[in-house]
Ligand binder design. Structure first.
Ligand code: NAP
Length: 339
């Protein structure tokens, strides 16, 4: 694969940033990769893993002279990062990101950037429940969508270069309007996390109240929720802070649908239930036909998410992906044995 950008700066190098770094280094997609993180511990880990050519605690130093800057931090840090890198950005440079909400990404980044750079926001729809640079792996994006949401009027060559990088990382690329992205992701990713966080919270509360063994006898459906609910709390707090309207709208629709099912259960309306559940099967078939049932490329991180939510639950959860844990582990073993 040929070089797509000479110098790439990754601002934030956790799960997503380090997966990008690994893929760029592995396939020589850039001449140099510079990594920025807040903590010395993360920078030391990146050095040890040899996934970047340079590391620095200063985002501006990382961005200086870069042809591509990708912001890979939780979204709450975006404005400060944009302010600090703006004065050193090279004319013609491309600034991108990997954040899960796109309208807010544009609103936090664009006002601070000079007119001489191209903003091409992006969202790789792939992930795991793990965090930090050790959790990343070069095949994370393989077969998954990366959605680009360039504001109207963005230089098409800059958009195509970013798309080329993601395709070289194994992703399928689609370009869409930021608001459309946020609506679609609200129902496919954000609302499922609301449900997972809520159901796990309710079950934990019930277990505490009744001293019953809710967790011990967790069935597969509940286990999947615990995996989703194990996602990084900082990242998800920032997602809900930044996609409030779309999430509330989708949640409202969901609650209406839940009420229909609740009523059917209350009145023993088997026909309504059967129809709803049949529709569920059809949708699952559609997901499989679209190839979206494939879990993110397998990996078992040595280090779990540093924030460790839901300590009472045995297993940590999942991110924007929904994969049965056993299947993921089996796939991870296969990959490890190949490595
Ligand atoms: P992560 O593993 O927790 O890594 C975050 C990185 O950002 C770390 O290098 C961290 O540095 C740095 N950072 C955190 N706060 C910062 C701040 N205030 N200023 C500067 N740097 C800061 O996170 P991630 O899972 O890679 O997620 C990063 C972004 O990707 C998020 O915006 C998220 O919405 C998006 N995303 C995540 C997933 C997923 O499944 N995880 C999927 C798609 C998109 P230190 O280690 O030094 O603290």
């Amino acid at each position: 694969m040929s070089v797509i950008f000479d110098r790439v700066a990754l601002i934030g190098i956790g799960l997503i940033g380090s997966s990008l770094a690994r893929r760029i280094k592995r396939d020589k997609l850039a001449k140099r990769v510079v990594a920025n993180a807040r903590s010395q511990a993360t920078l030391d880990t990146v050095k040890r893993l040899k996934i970047a050519d340079e590391v620095t605690p200063d985002p501006a130093e990382a961005a200086r002279g870069a042809d591509l800057v990708v912001v890979c931090t939780p979204m709450g840090a975006y404005s400060e990062i944009a302010k600090s890198i703006a004065p050193v950005l090279k004319p013609g440079a491309v600034v991108s990101d990997v954040g899960s909400v796109k309208r807010a990404a544009i609103e936090m980044l664009a006002p601070h950037l000079p007119k001489t750079v191209h903003l091409v926001p992006g969202h790789p729809v792939a992930g795991t429940e793990h965090s930090g640079p050790e959790a990343g792996f070069p095949t994370l994006f393989e077969g998954h969508w990366t959605i680009l949401t360039p504001p109207p009027g963005t230089d098409t060559a800059a958009v195509e270069r970013v798309a080329k990088l993601w395709r070289a990382c194994g992703a399928k690329v689609e370009t869409m309007d930021a608001d459309h992205h946020d609506h679609v992701l609200a129902i496919t990713s954000h609302v499922p996390h609301v449900i997972a966080y809520s159901i796990v919270g309710t079950a934990t509360h019930l277990a505490e109240q009744t001293q019953s063994e809710v967790i011990k006898f967790a069935a597969s459906g509940f286990r999947d929720f615990t995996r989703i609910a194990a996602s990084d709390p900082t990242m998800w707090r920032d997602i809900f802070l930044n996609n409030r309207d779309a999430v509330l709208e989708m949640l409202g629709r969901l609650l209406e649908d839940v009420a229909v099912l609740q009523r059917a259960i209350r009145f023993g309306d088997g026909d309504t239930m059967f129809e709803l559940f049949s529709r569920g099967r059809e949708i699952r078939r559609g997901v499989i036909d679209a190839g979206q049932h494939i879990p993110p490329a397998p990996h078992v991180a040595k280090k779990p998410s540093r924030s460790r939510p839901m300590k009472t639950l045995k297993k940590k959860l999942s991110p924007e992906s929904h994969r049965p844990a056993a299947r993921a582990k089996r796939r991870a073993r296969r990959v490890r044995s190949r490595a």
